[in-house]
Design a protein around this ligand. Structure first.
Ligand SMILES: *Cc1c(COP(=O)(O)O)cnc(C)c1O
Length: 229
């Protein structure tokens, strides 16, 4: 087996263990392999080990990989910050976007989504307490943004996403994830059918699964340390 196949197995085992600890089924958590900065050969290795869903942060890098590997029927998730002048290739090539933080971007993605594709599956990114990046809407803005996104024909609203500040203490890690889950429960109570919580990365996936993550976004634990140079 390749190192990537071994790592995928180890990450799946972490997910299963974390799910079992809180009485969840491991199938209720999807693994998104975050392949940003890694060459296509790494995506191919992971795909051959059975991995289907991949996450990318940079538009051009993602689009290049999608075009190069289009025969394999993989699922591509855009998870990085998105500027309005880059929405078109994302609308045309990706299956999901996790990083919707303002309505203008959502409106452009909806208008640019080709009608021969199913609606783009999207999450609203929320800046819960102690956010590492400055991205995301505030918790107070989330319901209104979700309502507006849900009304756009080219998009299907699926849920919420967050990237909390990296901390080591497992109990402290759970707090922003719990906040995101509670926010999603409030939005569901307001009538929007959210089924996705995109939260948890290599260092905190257990805490995220304990708090209800349905998609964990894992890069380093699968592919190794990234080198941005
Ligand atoms: C890079 C990235 C990840 C993966 O992080 P790892 O710590 O390498 O697992 C997850 N989500 C987002 C939004 C990212 O940018």
């Amino acid at each position: 087996m390749s190192a990537i196949a071994d790592n995928l197995q180890a990450v799946q085992a972490r997910i299963s263990h974390a799910a079992a600890a809180v009485g969840r089924s491991p199938e209720s958590v999807r693994l998104l392999a975050v392949s940003k900065t890694w060459p296509l050969s790494c995506v191919v290795d992971a795909a051959e080990a059975g991995q289907r869903a991949f996450g990318e942060n940079y538009v051009q890098e993602g689009v290049d990989k999608i075009a190069a590997i289009s025969g394999r029927h993989l699922e591509w998730h855009f998870i990085g910050p998105l500027q309005s002048n880059k929405t078109k290739p994302v609308a045309e090539h990706f299956d999901w976007v996790h990083s919707i933080e303002r309505l203008k971007i959502a409106e452009r993605l909806s208008a640019q989504r080709p009608t021969y594709l199913r609606p783009l599956q999207v999450c609203v990114q929320v800046n819960v307490s102690g956010e590492a990046s400055k991205s995301g809407c505030t918790p107070d803005e989330a319901l209104a943004l979700c309502r507006a996104v849900a009304a756009l024909p080219g998009l299907q609203l699926r849920g919420l996403m967050a990237i909390p500040e990296p901390v080591d203490d497992p109990l402290a890690q759970r707090q922003p994830f719990r906040q995101l889950r509670q926010l999603s429960e409030q939005i569901r109570a307001a009538g929007l059918p959210l089924d996705t919580l995109s939260m948890g990365m290599s260092h905190d996936l257990e805490a995220a699964v304990a708090e209800g993550a349905t998609i964990v976004r894992i890069g380093t634990a699968i592919f190794g340390e990234r080198n941005y140079a």
